[in-house]
Design a protein around this ligand. Structure first.
Ligand SMILES: NC(=O)C1=CN([C@@H]2O[C@H](COP(=O)(O)OP(=O)(O)OC[C@H]3O[C@@H](n4cnc5c(N)ncnc54)[C@H](OP(=O)(O)O)[C@@H]3O)[C@@H](O)[C@H]2O)C=CC1
Ligand SMILES: O=C(CO)COP(=O)(O)O
Length: 328
């Protein structure tokens, strides 16, 4: 299946490089100058400079042309732009199916991206999402990676999986869309938490505690929202949580490290220079937790730090000062 990948940041580029190993692939980006420069030098020098484009990868800045030349669309923009992009492509799609690999929620509403997609595209368009522990740089470098494709449309899910599958990239299938999206979003908030702790040099015990109790928060919210526990224990949840809480390629972890070292969010954003989904996702996870009366103390304290209501030291002492209670 021939994909148009919409979003020429690090993840869109890495997925386009991956797809182009099996099929001709088009990488669309919104900035014509950047796309022309990528075409001229044969790599994405802005986001993944070390990884040359394979022969079957072409770049495009005209949305209509990118979609016309494809059989399916893969959206890989930051979650805050997801609704906008779907509105733009809706009249251009024809009967093409749509996948996405963005992680997060619609800002301001706490709606999952699959809810946004169903609302904008309608229920008849086959959709699927790609998630799991997958740093763009490692995928582009061909390091062995396993992801999950979640969909209610088994035929399309199988086609997405086959289009991506190579001897270094393996895809598992799932029909638990809520679990897959929830895991990929909540882990970004928890990567901020573990990053903050590591930035404060709190040590390995603290990091392990945050991952484990963070996982408990994710499972509680998942139960309230109707996801399956095994999805959250799988690649989409625990897998991605371990990756981003411990791997220094994670932008969310790096943001946390900076906050733990006393830098401001603005300073850290500038240093990182790429999307840090966890900052906005913290608002939406907390919104969902409150709506469903789910206790998420780590998330709540990350929110307080991000919004300047507590210092990192105050958040630590509030979390450590909670009453004795059963573990489960
Ligand atoms: N990087 C990774 O390893 C992974 C990322 N993801 C997820 O993928 C999504 C994209 O992240 P990633 O590629 O890493 O982000 P980057 O920061 O690397 O790139 C963001 C890209 O999105 C583009 N963009 C920003 N706003 C808009 C908009 N309004 N309309 C169209 N394009 C827009 C930017 O364009 P411009 O350059 O013109 O500003 C840029 O090409 C996120 O949800 C992230 O969580 C998931 C798994 C792995
Ligand atoms: O989602 C990711 C890897 O699976 C990327 O994580 P960051 O957005 O924290 O870099």
């Amino acid at each position: 299946m021939r994909f148009a990948v919409l979003g020429a940041g690090s993840w869109g580029t890495a997925l386009a490089i991956q797809l182009a190993q099996n099929n001709p692939t088009i990488l669309w980006g919104r900035d014509p100058q950047k796309m022309a420069s990528m075409a001229a030098v044969g790599c994405n020098r802005f986001y993944l400079p070390q990884h040359p484009f394979p022969d079957y990868l072409s770049v495009e800045s005209d949305l209509q042309r990118a979609i016309d030349a494809s059989e399916a669309v893969l959206v890989v923009c930051p979650s805050h732009a997801f609704g906008d992009i779907l509105n733009q492509i809706k009249p251009l799609l024809g009967n093409r199916p749509v996948a996405w690999a963005s992680k997060g929620f619609e800002p301001g509403t706490g709606r999952f991206l699959h809810e946004v997609a169903a609302d904008i595209l309608g229920k008849d368009v086959p959709t699927a999402l790609i998630t799991g522990p997958s740093f763009a740089k490692d995928v582009a470098a061909g390091k062995p990676t396993l992801v999950a494709v979640a969909s209610e449309h088994p035929e399309f899910a199988q086609k997405v999986a086959s289009a991506l599958h190579t001897d270094t990239f393996r895809v598992y299938l799932s029909d638990d869309i809520i679990g897959a999206e929830l895991g990929g979003a909540v882990k970004n908030v928890l990567a901020l938490a573990t990053g903050i702790a590591d930035g404060m040099q709190l040590g390995d015990n603290t990091r392990a505690a945050l991952i484990t109790r963070g996982m408990a928060e994710m499972m509680r919210l998942g139960q309230a929202l109707g996801s399956r526990p095994e999805t959250l224990m799988g690649l989409s949840g625990l897998g991605d949580l371990v990756l981003t809480s411990t791997g220094d390629l994670s932008r969310n972890r790096r943001m946390g490290l900076a906050l733990g070292q006393g830098k401001t969010i603005e300073q850290a954003k500038q240093d990182i220079g790429q999307v840090v989904e966890g900052i906005g996702t913290t608002d939406e996870v907390l919104r969902l937790a409150r709506r469903h009366a789910v206790d998420m103390p780590i998330t709540e304290h990350v929110w307080k730090v991000v919004h300047g209501e507590m210092t990192t030291e105050q958040a630590l002492s509030a979390l450590m000062g909670r009453d004795i209670r059963p573990e489960f």
